[in-house]
Ligand binder design. Sequence first.
Ligand code: HXC
Length: 511
Amino acid sequence: MDLQKKYDQLREYDLKAELAGGKERIDKQHNSGKKTARERLMQLLDPGTFNEIDKLVTHHNHNFGMNEKKILGDGVVSGYGKINDRLVYVFAQDFTVFGGSLSRSNANKIIKVQNLALKMGAPLIGLNDSGGARIQEGVESLAGYADIFYNNVIASGVIPQISVILGPCAGGAVYSPALTDYIFMVNEKSHMFVTGPEVIKTVTHEEVTKEELGGAHTHSTKSGVAHFTGTDEEQVIMMVRELLSFIPSNNLEDPPLKSSIDPLDRKVEQLQNLVPADPNKPYNMHEIIQSVIDDNHFLEVQPDYARNIIVGFARFAGHPVGIVANQPAHLAGVLDINSSVKAARFVRFCDAFNLPLVTFVDVPGFLPGSTQEFGGIIKHGAKLLYAFSEATVPKITIITRKAYGGAYDVMSSKHIGGDMNFAYPTAEIAVMGPEGAINILYKNSLSEEQKVAAVEEYRANFANPYRAASLGYIDEIIQPEDTRIKIIGAIEMTRNKRKTNPPKKHGNIPL
Ligand code: HXC
């Protein structure tokens, strides 16, 4: 073969691999409102930075006439590239090739980029669009999944792992995304379930559509499986890029600095009037968060799930932080099972990836009731306590109003390692609210008039931040308008924090 023919042969192979399952299937993909694997990667990565690996890999299966059906790349496009000029590893399942199903060869390609990402200390992003295990391959496919799951676990807390669900994701296949740090879904296009509607109908006679069962809306509001959702693929992929701008490439790096022109000494005067004088009136904690962070820019995680707690990413003086905040505008900001688990997972992510935690507290306590107790609020609430306690990143806390009972301890209090604990003059730090306390102390022995007086006396003595401040449990009581200035000062002060917990194999978080 002469030289030119050799080069042409490679071009031909490249074109074949890029055509994947063929024009007809590509058209079908487009007609169903979805992009191809390669188109998705082009949008995700900085232009011209994608380097493909294993483009010519094929499967090695001979069952069901598969030896006649070999497609270069075998249903997944993998490699590396850049996002905002930083190295990332990627794989994108190609639905036009055997429905993006996972063969042994296909799994090996994913495993190769997982190993590279771990070795080089760079994030791994998986774009999922697959019919699951390659039926023709049987246990070899299951083995491939298990190897991927194992790598997900080993890489957890070392490199950020992101799963974007852009089509079906069923059976055990959902467990790789579930083991990664963040799951993104597209409304009405992505579906995740362990068993699909047909199996459910057969086993339990329950009738449910795949959208109800495992659509983006379900997983972002009911199950809490999805962290981010968007109306289309483009929006979701842009959100992935944005998320990465807040987080370091691995657990040994600091989060990336982003310069901001937002003044460091900016007072936020409207905060002087935000928290109502009446402790029973709600207000929107988002207004405090948005007004104090750099450029009002907040990337909220799980915004529609367990809305009584807010978690997400922001920056102060250009430094990324994780924000955790009770939301008095929803269920009075109470801690329940879902909000505890939501916040605990976020706190552990921030701790693993060196993001300081800024916690805003306005919490009336844990939600009472048999539903919560039967559901295990004891162990789920303990998750949040555990997560805040073990976190060694800088911890800055601002109590805006209520900090009652166990929830006071849990919400990054001084006692579990808060580095700087601030309170507004409106803060109420006590075992419980005045009405509840007086009812328990005096049962029914007081007249209405005496009760009102006792409540007032309790409020004056306990429902304020001054007792906690006199004991050193609050480092400083601040004017609300100084919140941004104080947080920036505390982040600056804690920048070189060095704290490690005693060496151990791992702790035993109450799961
Ligand atoms: C091999 C598959 C496949 C699979 C789809 N295809 N799923 N090939 N193994 N698992 C092929 C189809 O034969 C078809 O090939 C092409 O992909 C597109 O599939 P369609 O059915 O035409 O597409 P659509 O109508 O959009 O339906 C998509 C789908 C459906 C909902 C995903 O294909 C489906 O239900 N597939 C099976 C899903 C499943 O049960 N998987 C196993 C789950 S259990 P042609 O050549 O016609 O284009 C599992 C275990 C994992 O995954 C365990 C881990 C521990």
